[in-house]
Design a protein around this ligand. Sequence first.
Ligand SMILES: CC(=O)N[C@H]1[C@@H](OP(=O)(O)OP(=O)(O)OC[C@H]2O[C@@H](n3ccc(=O)[nH]c3=O)[C@H](O)[C@@H]2O)O[C@H](CO)[C@@H](O)[C@@H]1O
Ligand SMILES: C=C(OP(=O)(O)O)C(=O)O
Length: 420
Amino acid sequence: MDKLQIIGGKTLNGTVRASGAKNAALPILAATLLTKEEITIRNLPHLHDITTMLELLGSMGCGVVVDERMNVQLDVSTLNNCEAPYELVKTMRASILVLGPLLSHFGKAIVSLPGGCAIGSRPVDLHLRGLEAMGANIVVENGNIVATVTDRLKGARIFFDKVTVTGTENLLMAAALADGQTILENSAKEPEVVDLAECLIKMGAKITGHGTDTIVVDGVETLHGTNYSVMPDRIETGTFLVAGAITGGKVKVTETNVKSLEAVIAKLEEAGAQVETGDDWIELDMQGQRPKAVNISTAPYPAFPTDMQAQFMALNSVATGVGRVIENIFENRFMHVNEMVRMGADIEVNGNTAIIKGCDGLKGAPVMATDLRASASLVLSALVAQGDTKIDRIYHIDRGYECIEEKLGALGARISRVVN
Ligand SMILES: CC(=O)N[C@H]1[C@@H](OP(=O)(O)OP(=O)(O)OC[C@H]2O[C@@H](n3ccc(=O)[nH]c3=O)[C@H](O)[C@@H]2O)O[C@H](CO)[C@@H](O)[C@@H]1O
Ligand SMILES: C=C(OP(=O)(O)O)C(=O)O
């Protein structure tokens, strides 16, 4: 299994380009199942999760052509089955995103039920309930969600008990080809949901209200092909900015989306960073200072994202003062704490709250990644730690960070991949 080796203590300086957003690319790739015309998706990040989604579409018989710049041409006209098998779903929960489009376009879908994962139980009951409200018959058999609909799905008014990102995306895609109007209330407002809606609109869908908590979709009979470029990754961008802040450096992220990072930028400024922004770039300057501890409370967009929680925990662990981090989205998203403590962090967890007392310095240690953003927080801790850190199980980081060692290396980090 590959490991990352990091020798800490280097101040990061320089410019790095944001990759396409994993969490926008995955639903957009699933949305291509809604048209029989050829479609091209650009600015896809080179990540394991993207390869898994392309493999999933390929296993259904879709034509998939990828060029060297990760632009993908998809052809769904050759689809010959509507199944997402366990072998693929178990490696990527976002496979659930094919459920809505398959059902809406082909009238049937068999999708292996995603299990629990390191960050929590992550049920999909709200996806299923919404599809049932649109007329789908759904049974769970032998670990598979088996969904069928006679004729077309019907427009419906759907209220989400909880804000769910992929739940909103699944229902949005299903509603695009449904018969009549669908109103999605208490929808997710995440920028990735908006990006998906924009792509669907380019395919001919009639959608309004995306980016607010009420999305209205007037179903159409067919959608057509298009050419769409995926938005930049706000979580990757935020992670690079924290890398600058934690090492006291100066880091500029280009080709990014500034607006989607407001909550993160506000916390970086509170931590003492000087942040400048342009149309599509963000520059953070820590001027050699140690960060000040900040309090974080995760919540749906536009509040502070759960996907940046672990990275700010790393920042707090070397800050001056005491920071409190409250995780409100997932019940078990503190798996990085024990590993950070092995590096010398002072963190106490009580339920969904962690109290972090900033220490004078972390020390390198062998550590283990448990999930995607936990891995990112260990990389950040290692960048500032004294000595050598080896991070095991980095397949988690390869799910969500494109060329992490090259990108951090270009900013001056001493980081290398140890291939076993
Ligand atoms: C591929 C993708 O985009 N992943 C993101 C997406 O995950 P994902 O879409 O899976 O997360 P959700 O927004 O659905 O989860 C939010 C909360 O709702 C609960 N819930 C969700 C669905 C459901 O049917 N029933 C239910 O109870 C979940 O357990 C969780 O407590 O949003 C999360 C929250 O911003 C991010 O951390 C993930 O990076
Ligand atoms: C939790 C994440 O992804 P996923 O929902 O794909 O597991 C993430 O991107 O931080």
